[in-house]
Design a protein around this ligand. Sequence first.
Ligand code: ZN
Length: 308
Amino acid sequence: MENVRALGNDIYEIDTRMAGYRGITAGYLILGDHPCLVETGTSTSAPIVRDALTHLGVGPADLATVVVTHIHLDHAGGVGDIAGFYPKAQIVVHEKGARHLADPARLMASARMVYGDRLDTLFGTLSPTDAHRIRALGDTGAIDLGGGRRLESHHSPGHAKHHVGLVDTVSGDLYVGDAAGVYLPETGDLRPATPPPDFDLETALNSLSLFQALAPQRLLFSHYGPVDAVRDTLDRSAEELRVWVDLTREAQADGLDLDHAVAMVRERTRTRYRALDGDEENRERFELLSGAESNVAGILHWLDRVPS
Ligand SMILES: [Zn+2]
């Protein structure tokens, strides 16, 4: 199947074809005694993810667990649909995100404010999941994959207050969600993801230090794919955060409004990313997943709350 790729250790990357794009949002299936899906993708991607699971031999009664790194709609928008397709699956999420999966009304309303009409084409609608099927994670937690294999969760806020990283005890892979930013495999570019309202620099850097301390074998980005150079990549993630925060701080000190701050940061970071010199599609991917406007708005929102 064209959108499924084996990554070893019974792990499969599934291109969820978010909003029709290739290679921007991945889900992962860990195929063992208790098959586990990491990230559902959007609601509109749910049928594509189901087809991939069917192709991999996972039927309606077989999926044991669905876990999301956080509840942003590109990662968890399909939870309600997938829970419907797989009635035996338990849905696992950090405790600060759990109630939004049971009752998505507020989450959808705030997403509608941010995205307007684009919400429907980009993400679709997150459907509610029965509360009794949701398991909330604390600071740490574990998912039983069968045969002694586990997925261990680590609260990793900064991008979102309900974000978790997940370590596979057999492969040593770390599912980084958006905590390490957005990685484009085509260009090797890495850009931070610092959206409002949760972004917090110190918290985000602490989460990256935690990831370093976990010493994973490989990083699995939701956007997008596996990266072997763990230490260097996490160092770059921290550096990227500092660059964007420093520039945004400068723009704020110069008294620029949001539009001018975005233009300034966009211009000053342009040469950092090969994607921005390349084809239009790579540029679009970056803007969709870690858009300059969203990043600068998130950093400004944080700067407004912290004493300088
Ligand atoms: Zn994301």
